[in-house]
Design a protein around this ligand. Structure first.
Ligand code: ZN
Length: 428
């Protein structure tokens, strides 16, 4: 059982309310808020967190690229538990995507501070830079930098979408050291990191539907995509051409989509984690016509799963079904280049600790996969034991209408505090 006093938990809650309010006010850009990577709003948020952390006696350090590390001393100072997320937003975004994770970490420190307790190891809130790829067109810049694995060439090739200035230039003018980033300098010694925990608002209505405030995340879905697929048949007269001579690209494409949708249902029924989406399907606007059999389609597939074998299965089925349809309907599918990302599984041990921390506090939770990508995936794929906690949130994210309830946020902080109070041997 955790034995936090009411006032310990309230100290975390008060800090969080203050911080969310200050962020909302100072980074307002109606509708919503805007905090650009290496921009004014992001800087305000970093300074705000330093101020809150200093009041708790917490040390702060920046790495070469400007990620911020706030360290609350633990019993054993040779190891560290990280809590991290980003604090930038998309343009006119909501106040919680990213910031909730950072503030939850500092709020958990406030709970320990109010109680006069120490966690078993140092507790470090890692605030990453420029997570949202709308500013610099690349994913997870900050977490890759934090681990010293950002491709050095990107510093001079990525440019910010609004200024056209390079990542290196923005970094240098904010007082950081792009050459250090290029050399792979890092404040993180992976051997000393016991755990990396990322709290985040949920970006879909799964928790709302399930009527539970908290999600314990088992994995971050990886993906494969065919963005430039096409189906080639032959244009012909809609009235004159008999069915058996047709090479109807549209009918073939439609059949492929329906059969992939059936495959998805079948996999869900077998409890396999997967999403299958055809987000772009089109006939050629320059040649199509209502009285023509379509001779060509453009078709995009996006498949995600936290399970690599499910991704492999869907890919193999896609090619096999397309081949079969192509032969029967006398058309040719060509899907072009494949791209994608590797699924990142969360640590079983940390999932267990998080569940029991929720049960201690009688907080209901749902075990679920993350459909969206997060910094946590980078840590997990680098071999750091990682877990995520989701907080229920209305209206999705990347829009001004994100609406997390503070009571739900408080529950996440209580779970974190319970978890962080567990003795050293539970973590190792
Ligand atoms: Zn986010």
């Amino acid at each position: 059982m955790s034995d936090w006093r009411k006032q310990d938990l309230e100290a975390g809650g008060a800090l969080a309310r203050r911080a969310f309010l200050a962020l909302e006010k100072e980074t307002a850009d109606p509708p919503g808020v805007t905090r650009k990577g290496y921009g004014k709003g992001e800087k305000f948020a970093f300074d705000l967190m330093i101020g809150e952390a200093q009041a708790l006696g917490v040390e702060h350090r920046y790495d070469a690229g400007g990620n911020l590390f706030l360290t609350y001393p633990g019993e054993d100072r040779s190891r560290v538990i990280q809590i991290g997320s980003h604090i930038d937003t998309v343009p006119h975004g909501g106040n919680y995507d990213g910031a909730a994770g950072v503030i939850a970490g500092v709020a958990a420190m406030a709970v320990f501070h109010a109680a006069g307790k120490k966690p078993p190891f140092d507790l470090c809130v890692v605030i990453t830079r420029a997570e949202e790829s709308c500013w610099f067109p690349y994913s997870y810049i900050g977490s890759r930098m934090a681990l010293g694995i950002l491709d050095p060439d990107l510093l001079d090739s990525l440019t910010r979408s609004d200024t056209g200035r390079t990542l290196a230039d923005h970094m240098a003018s904010d007082g950081f050291d792009p050459d250090g980033v290029k050399r792979g300098e890092s404040l993180i010694d992976k051997a000393k990191v016991v755990a990396h925990i990322e709290p985040h608002i949920e970006q879909a209505p799964v928790l709302i539907d399930a009527d539970v405030p908290i999600g314990v995340v088992t994995g971050i879905r990886g993906s494969f995509r065919y963005r430039t697929g096409k189906c080639e048949g032959a244009y012909s007269h809609s009235g004159a051409m008999p069915r058996k001579y047709r090479q109807d690209a549209m009918a073939a494409t439609a059949e492929l989509i329906v059969r992939m949708d059936a495959l998805w249902e079948e996999m869900l029924a077998a409890d396999r984690d997967v999403t299958i989406t055809f987000g772009e399907v089109a006939t050629n606007a320059e040649q199509h016509g209502f009285s023509k059999v379509a001779g060509e389609t453009h078709i995009c597939l996006d498949v995600r799963s936290q399970d690599q074998s499910a991704l492999d299965h869907v890919q193999a089925q896609y090619l096999a079904i397309a081949e079969e349809i192509g032969k029967r309907r006398n058309v040719k599918f060509d899907f072009g280049e494949i791209s994608g990302s590797t699924p990142a599984l969360m640590s079983e041990n940390l999932i267990g600790l998080m569940k029991s921390a929720a049960e201690e506090a009688d907080i209901p939770y749902k075990v679920m996969a993350s459909g969206a990508g997060h910094d946590a995936a980078i840590f997990a794929l680098q071999g750091v034991p990682t877990v995520m906690i989701f907080i229920r949130n209305q209206n999705g994210s990347h829009n001004p209408f994100e609406a997390m309830e503070m009571e739900d946020f408080d529950k996440a902080v209580e779970i974190l505090a319970n978890m962080l109070a567990r003795p050293a041997e539970d973590w190792l």
